[in-house]
Write a protein that binds this ligand. Sequence first.
Ligand code: TA6
Length: 278
Amino acid sequence: MSIPKESDVIGLEIDDQTSCTIHLFGATLISWICEGDELIFVSSKAKFDNKSAIRGGVPIVFPNFGPWSQGPQHGFARISRWLVEQFPQKDDCGNVSAVLSLEDSEETRAMWNNHRFKVTLTVTLSRRLLKMRLLVLNKGDSTMSFTCLLHTYFRLPDVSLASVSNLRGLSYIDKARKSEAFIEKHDPLRIDGFIDSIYQNTPNQHTISGLASGKTVNLEKVNLPDTVIWNPWEKALHMDDLGDDYMHMICVEAGNVSTAIELQPKITFEASQTLSII
Ligand code: TA6
């Protein structure tokens, strides 16, 4: 099992029961401990080689969700080293925050239409809450068209006992069924096999139940109108960085993936997700 190097991570801590860890590679949040329970999944086979995307945590998907003709699947943000703009610091209310950023480079400009951009991730940890805010600034003189998503892996004692709320009646693209469109009939949604579904125009709030110690997480999203649900199930056995760990995860991913964002020059796009224990 590979473990992250200390020089590759920053830690936010309120006390020994409340903390989170962010890997500088991809600004990937790889741990959120709340009331002593780890709520974020990272595969025991994850690679921390600063080359391949970390299997787990909350990868930042930008500037493209899914396969991309101009570059790597899910874009370059999750496989780039981000800069720490503000190391973890506590505010007057006892919350701890950190700020990381990624700017265009020769490599990204060559890959993505010579766009000049700055992506800023602000992570704020409170006693029972974790907020992730994404800013995307178009520094250039041409419109930037992109999709983005927070690819959150939740850790579960047993995925078959988990559920996701607020999806019934919504249209979704089912990548497990030839990417055809369906309407969700279940509430809550339970996972009993391979699932790879893109729910469109979803409510700004879902609950994910079945986490450690019976915890339920509320996911509140702003400016992220889609929700992707993914568990590879037995396909994971053919993934060298996942394997049978798939029984202990569910991805509930807040994103803007169905329609590209068209960001005008010098304008900033803002989106966030707030995870809290209810
Ligand atoms: O979010 C769901 C998804 O798009 C799936 O189709 C699957 O590809 C997953 O992301 C993981 O992608 P990755 O490139 O990290 O293996």
